[in-house]
Design a protein around this ligand. Structure first.
Ligand code: ZN
Length: 173
């Protein structure tokens, strides 16, 4: 990994401020509403199973395409991930359509992103859906991290997949 700890902090900070701007005070974070507020158009389309989503600019409009066939919680992470590309990597989208295959669903480290853009987008998406101020009080006070059932409840509360929850837990401060 080549993304510095400082850059990751910056990326997470950016995601938190987007949530704060919308006045979100409890989960789940309305990721579709955040995209709308940023003038990013979210399109649901049936894509190949291994495709999660895409980010691109079309006729000067920012667009996110999400696989309509995936579970809604998985779609939320995809939207947050593609949103990250629009917010953080607009320069990259100017060079063409950004296509994301499976994001976070494989339990291998390689799937978490080896590419700097992907590492940043996953850090951003994770913080957007589970922002520190909403997430950490619950984790520290109410949840037994060894209790699978409690983790399932927590994932439901934030409307994220277990893979996304585990990824966020690994980044606890
Ligand atoms: Zn990506």
């Amino acid at each position: 990994m080549t993304v510095s700890a400082e850059r990751k902090r910056e990326v997470r900070e950016r995601a938190r401020s987007l949530v704060a701007d919308r006045g979100v005070s409890r989960p789940p974070v309305p990721v579709d509403r955040i995209a709308k507020a940023l003038n990013i158009f979210v399109q649901y389309a049936p894509l190949d199973e291994e495709l999660s989503g895409m980010a691109f600019i079309k006729d000067a409009s920012a667009v996110i395409a999400v696989n309509a066939l995936h579970h809604p919680n998985r779609q939320r992470f995809t939207i947050a991930h593609e949103l990250a590309h629009h917010v953080l990597h607009e320069w990259h989208l100017r060079t063409g359509v950004h296509v994301d295959k499976v994001i976070l669903e494989r339990a291998s480290l390689a799937a978490l992103g080896v590419d700097d853009l992907e590492i940043e987008a996953n850090a951003f998406a994770s913080e957007l859906l589970m922002p520190r101020d909403l997430f950490e009080p619950l984790v520290h006070q109410e949840i037994d991290l060894n209790d699978e059932a409690q983790l399932t409840v927590l994932a439901k509360r934030f409307r994220v997949s277990m893979a996304a929850l585990q990824f966020r837990l690994a980044a606890l401060d």
